[in-house]
Structure formats: structure tokens, C-alpha cells
Design a protein around this ligand. Structure first.
Ligand SMILES: [Fe+2]
Length: 239
């Protein structure tokens, strides 16, 4: 049986992120090339509701399954589809309704590859120039490295612990989805929490801002949805 694209991505992540060494440029490029072949349908999402769906009895939009797929255009709140997580990496998809915002947040010590699967997303990203902790809260100067609209289909992007825009925000301009590979994954236990920030532009220094840690935004809710794409065979399945 032919190996699914998501299985190919999992296998490559398993090879690259299980080693002790930091991934090489060639290895990251390998992953980017794999991500660039993946479409929404490969992770169990159908962007549009299927006209004349044979399942008219299905319940409310968003998580309606059209032909066994999640309908991306029907998502009414930011929704995370968990695909895989192990100690070394995680794979998942964020589906956004138009206007959905994932505020500025960081990825401590992580390498992250992201691919817009469909729709149009405004991404803003910063890297620390100088960071300090004031009253146990992160505060400091950052430089903007991404300030752009990404329209699918577009190439996958990558950020690193100290470059590429480690702190970023997503604003959905249309219904859209982003496939994320994180290595290592978030972990409170291992000192890799997700921290949120607000940015204060510096008019005299275009491209720079002051970033200030803030509490988890009260109006931020992320729903969960099941992964309906091809099953991934992991190393554990083979034991
Ligand atoms: Fe992120």
C-alpha cells in the first residue's frame, strides 16, 4: 500500500528529531519539501463544504464531516487537530475562521515548521534582540522578521530558537488552516511553556518593538477536533 504523505512527514520527523544533534540545513530543507507537498485533504480536511453532500443530516457546521473529512470553511472558532505527539516532536493543524487571531506567543528552544494549507493568513513574527525578566515576566526589545500575508499555496516557513521569528501571531484573513511541526513540543514539565506577549512599537525605531509578557488572553479559546486523515504508523505500533 502506498505510504501517505503524512506518514512520510512523520517518518522524516522521527529520523531528524530523534537524533541528539541539531538538524542540519539539508534536513530542515527535506522537511520543508515534504510539507510543501501536503494539502488539506492529506490531513483529513476538506476546505469547502461539499455541495449536495450525501450527509445532509450531519450536525452543526465546523465539525461536520463531509465524506469523512472536517469541513474547513465551517469552523466557527480556532480549532486544533492533534495528529501526533512524542517526546521529540508534535504535528497538528490549527483551523481558523475568518478573523480568528492567535496572539503573539513564543516557542522556547524549538524549531517550528509551518505550512498554510488553504486560505489567507497574516503572520507577524519577532526575534529577541535583548530580553530580561522583570517581576518574573519576560520583557525586552525585539526585531520584526516577518510581517506578511501568506496565501495558500505558499512555501512552508521555519523558525528556530533564536532566529526566523520565534515569537509570532496569526490573523486569519479568510478561513484558513496551518499545519505545524514543533520540535521539541511544548512542555511545562521540561521548561517549554507557551508564553503570550503584547507588542509596543517604537516609532523612532521602525521594525523594532518592546515585547511584554501577558496573561493568557481571556477571549482566546481553542477547540479540539479529531484527526480524520490517514492513520500514522508509529514506532510504537511496530513493537
Ligand atoms: Fe506558534
Amino acid at each position: 500500500m502506498e505510504r501517505s504523505k503524512i506518514q512520510g512527514l512523520y517518518d522524516a520527523c522521527n529520523i531528524i528529531f530523534s537524533q541528539k544533534e541539531v538538524p542540519t540545513f539539508q534536513e530542515i530543507q527535506w522537511l520543508r519539501n515534504l510539507l510543501d507537498t501536503i494539502e488539506a485533504i492529506d490531513v483529513g480536511i476538506h476546505e469547502f463544504n461539499i455541495q449536495g453532500s450525501p450527509f445532509p443530516w450531519l450536525p452543526k457546521p465546523g465539525l461536520d464531516c463531509c465524506k469523512g473529512l472536517i469541513c474547513g470553511q465551517g469552523v466557527s472558532e480556532i480549532t486544533y487537530i492533534h495528529i501526533h505527539e512524542c517526546n521529540n516532536f508534535s504535528i497538528g493543524v490549527f483551523c481558523f475562521p475568518a478573523g480568528g487571531v492567535l496572539p503573539l506567543h513564543d516557542h522556547p528552544g524549538m524549531t517550528v515548521l509551518s505550512k498554510v494549507l488553504y486560505g489567507s493568513m497574516y503572520i507577524k513574527a519577532y526575534d529577541w534582540v535583548k530580553m530580561e525578566n522583570s517581576n518574573c515576566r519576560a520583557l525586552g526589545l525585539v526585531g520584526k522578521v516577518v510581517d506578511d500575508i501568506f496565501d495558500a499555496p505558499c512555501e512552508a516557513s521555519v523558525l528556530f530558537p533564536r532566529s526566523g521569528g520565534n515569537i509570532h501571531s496569526f490573523t486569519a484573513l479568510t478561513p484558513c488552516a496551518i499545519l505545524d511541526v514543533l520540535s521539541p513540543p511544548y512542555s511545562e514539565e521540561f521548561g517549554r511553556p507557551s508564553t503570550y506577549f503584547s507588542d509596543i512599537p517604537i516609532p523612532a525605531l521602525p521594525g523594532y518593538a518592546i515585547l511584554e509578557e501577558k496573561d493568557l488572553p481571556e477571549d482566546l479559546t481553542v477547540a479540539g477536533a479529531p484527526y480524520l486523515g490517514p492513520r500514522i504508523v508509529t514506532g510504537l505500533d511496530l513493537c
